[in-house]
Structure formats: structure tokens, C-alpha cells
Design a protein around this ligand. Structure first.
Ligand code: TPP
Length: 347
């Protein structure tokens, strides 16, 4: 798979070439960071699979699975955390980002709509809303709308004179919405500190990329707004980390960057979708050959950063935690009806 590459000749990489996972540790990254990323990755997958199963038992209303997107989400999150001055606008598929820093039980409360859901206390789509202590702002599942929100937020930060860089995440389908173009155009004109991160899984529900845009790379659109765009292998964590780190530095100094992380969606669009009608099972089976939840731990073992028994224990621990979280959330009460009108406003 290609390294991060600029999609327009006039745009060079913001700070040099991005490396492949096989090139070793990038600057600023410790083995502990990677062990934590592996733990999060394995934990997210266990949680995602369990939530899907709970939906089939009627206990969870919906999930937009992040299976296949984990390396892109956690690589970019690592860059944001290392920077320390980023605010995030994730989208509905960003379970790995939105659950990082929460306990598995809190995540389960949210998916089961139970008292204690840290986002909306059971009122909204699971994990939907703002979580300011973790610098997460997400206001809507209306596809494309978070880009304008994020750009407005970046403008406010610029006016206040702070160091914030805004990372906004969205899918390939969202990139074809008018609102996405307006947001990127405005950000380009005002050189706002925004990193646009497109997790391109090649489908908008059942619509393949070829039916929703006439370009091969979403990142190539950045040229039209006057800022750099890069394609990144979203199935590997370190290229996603490095591309995001460099994009953050560039955004703070010179304005927006568009990163297109090429990922694969292993599951149907959501638990409400059946993908057998529009893509053959063999396609999905082939995609799983590059499963980051397999390749990343294997690479850590190969590099001597973790041993195989340590990786096995990470998985066993994740399974125990998800079991406990499921039991705790299953036993927890639903939010009290007396709080139904809390946080609602009338004119
Ligand atoms: C404005 C708007 N139109 C349509 C929808 C219904 N919808 C929900 S997700 C989705 C597909 C989005 O695909 P993409 O942006 O590629 O992200 P992915 O789900 O593949 O990660 C659509 C059309 C919506 N939520 N908002």
C-alpha cells in the first residue's frame, strides 16, 4: 500500500515524507504509546463486536461499526493527544475515538441507553454529543454538517487567539455533500487551523465511490480550495499518526490540510443494513486480510515491542472487561422519566 502521497503536484508534504509501519518508531512515539494503542484497538474491536451482538438481542438500538477503521482512528487520535491542543469532531463511525478514555461500562451504558451514559444520558444516538473533558465535540449525525461546525469552531479559536487545531472526521459520502465543499472552501480562504480527515471506506451505505464522485481520491479536491491533500494508508496506524501529526503542525502554522485515510468497512453500514445485496461476501473476506487488529499486534511482536503472551493477555483482558461492562449495563436502570425535559429549551 502506498505511503501518504500529495494529490496535487504543487503541494509537497507539510513536513517531509510519511513513513511506512515497517520503518520503525517515528519521533516522539514510545513503545508504551504503541502498547496503549494496541490495547485500545483490541478493546474497541471486542466492544464493537459485542455491541453488534447485543443489537441482535434487542438490547442496543444501533451501531455504525468501526471494524476496519481502527488504525485510522487511533493513529490520528494519538497525534492529537501528543499535540495536546486539538479539539475533535468525530462522526458516528468513530467508536475508537469516542470511547478512548471512557470505561467499557460507560460505553455500554451509552449503547444500551442506560443511566450513566456519559454523552447524553440515553437521549441520543449512542456516544453522540459533546464530551468537553476529552476535547470532543460532535453535534449531529446529519452527514456533512460537522464540517461546517468544525470550521466555525476553528474560526472562533482563531479569533480568541488560542493554539487550537480542529480535527474533523467524516466519510467519503459526506465529502460529496454541498456542506463539505462550503466548509473546506471557507477554511481555505481564511487559512483556518483545521485538519479534515476523510475515512474513505469506498461506500456511502450501499453507494460505491464510483457512483458518488468522479475522482479516485477525495484528497485531490483539496487543491480546489487552495490547501494540501494527502492520501494515507488508513489500515496502518503509524502512517495515520505521522500524517496527522504533520497535518496538525501545518494547520496551526499555515491553514487547512485534507487527509484521506483509505480504510475498509468490514461490516454492513450499520446494524440496520444488510450489505449482501450490494457487495459479495468474498469482497469482505478479502478485505479482512489487512485487518489492523491482526496486523498491528503482529507487527508489535515482530518489532519486539510486545511478546505474543502479552498480546494474548491484552485480548483476554479486553474480553473480561467487555463481559463485565455488558453485565453492569444490562443490570443498570434506564434514565428516570423525571429527567425527560432536562437540557431541552423552549422559546
Ligand atoms: C444529510 C444527510 N443525508 C443522508 C443521511 C443518511 N445517511 C446516513 S449515513 C449515510 C452515508 C454516509 O456515508 P459516508 O459519508 O461515506 O460514511 P460511512 O458511513 O461510509 O462511514 C447517509 C446517506 C444523513 N444522515 N444525513
Amino acid at each position: 500500500m502506498a505511503q501518504a502521497r500529495p494529490t496535487h503536484p504543487q503541494h509537497s508534504a507539510p513536513a517531509g515524507e510519511h513513513r511506512r509501519q515497517s520503518d520503525g518508531l517515528p519521533k516522539g512515539i514510545t513503545p508504551q504509546d504503541l502498547v496503549q494503542a494496541c490495547t485500545r484497538m483490541v478493546g474497541t474491536r471486542e466492544m464493537d463486536q459485542r455491541i453488534w451482538a447485543l443489537n441482535r438481542q434487542g438490547k442496543v438500538p444501533i451501531i455504525a461499526s468501526c471494524q476496519g477503521h481502527e488504525a485510522a482512528q487511533l493513529g490520528s487520535l494519538l497525534a492529537a493527544e501528543k499535540d495536546g491542543d486539538c479539539f475533535l469532531f468525530p462522526y458516528y463511525r468513530d467508536l475508537a475515538i469516542k470511547s478512548a478514555g471512557l470505561t467499557p461500562t460507560q460505553v455500554m451504558y451509552s449503547f444500551m441507553g442506560k443511566e450513566g451514559d456519559p454523552y447524553s444520558n440515553g437521549r441520543q444516538f449512542p456516544l453522540q454529543g459533546a464530551d468537553l473533558p476529552r476535547r470532543i465535540i460532535q453535534t449531529s449525525n446529519v452527514v456533512g454538517s460537522s464540517l461546517t461546525h468544525a470550521v466555525g469552531y476553528a474560526l472562533a479559536c482563531r479569533m480568541l487567539g488560542d493554539k487550537t487545531v480542529v480535527l474533523v472526521y467524516f466519510g467519503d459520502g459526506a465529502s460529496s455533500q454541498g456542506e463539505a465543499h462550503e466548509a473546506m472552501n471557507f477554511a481555505g480562504v481564511h487559512r483556518l487551523p483545521v485538519v479534515f480527515i476523510c475515512e474513505n471506506n469506498r461506500y456511502a451505505i450501499s453507494v460505491p465511490q464510483s457512483r458518488q464522485m468522479a475522482v479516485a481520491d477525495v484528497a485531490s479536491r483539496a487543491a480546489a480550495y487552495g490547501f494540501p491533500g494527502f492520501v494515507v494508508d488508513g489500515m496502518e496506524l503509524l502512517p495515520c499518526y505521522e500524517a496527522t501529526r504533520e497535518a496538525i503542525i501545518h494547520a496551526r502554522k499555515s491553514g487547512p490540510v485534507l487527509l484521506e485515510m483509505k480504510v475498509e468497512r468490514f461490516m454492513p453500514h450499520t446494524t440496520d443494513d444488510d450489505d449482501r445485496g450490494y457487495r459479495p461476501k468474498e469482497e469482505v473476506d478479502a478485505l479482512r486480510q489487512r485487518d489492523p487488529v491482526v496486523t498491528f499486534p503482529a507487527w508489535l511482536v515482530q518489532q519486539g515491542i510486545m511478546s505474543q503472551p502479552q498480546v494474548d493477555e491484552v485480548l483476554a483482558q479486553a474480553q473480561r472487561e467487555v463481559d463485565q461492562a455488558t453485565e453492569a449495563a444490562d443490570a443498570a436502570p434506564f434514565p428516570s422519566a423525571s429527567g425527560l425535559l432536562d437540557h431541552l429549551y423552549s422559546p
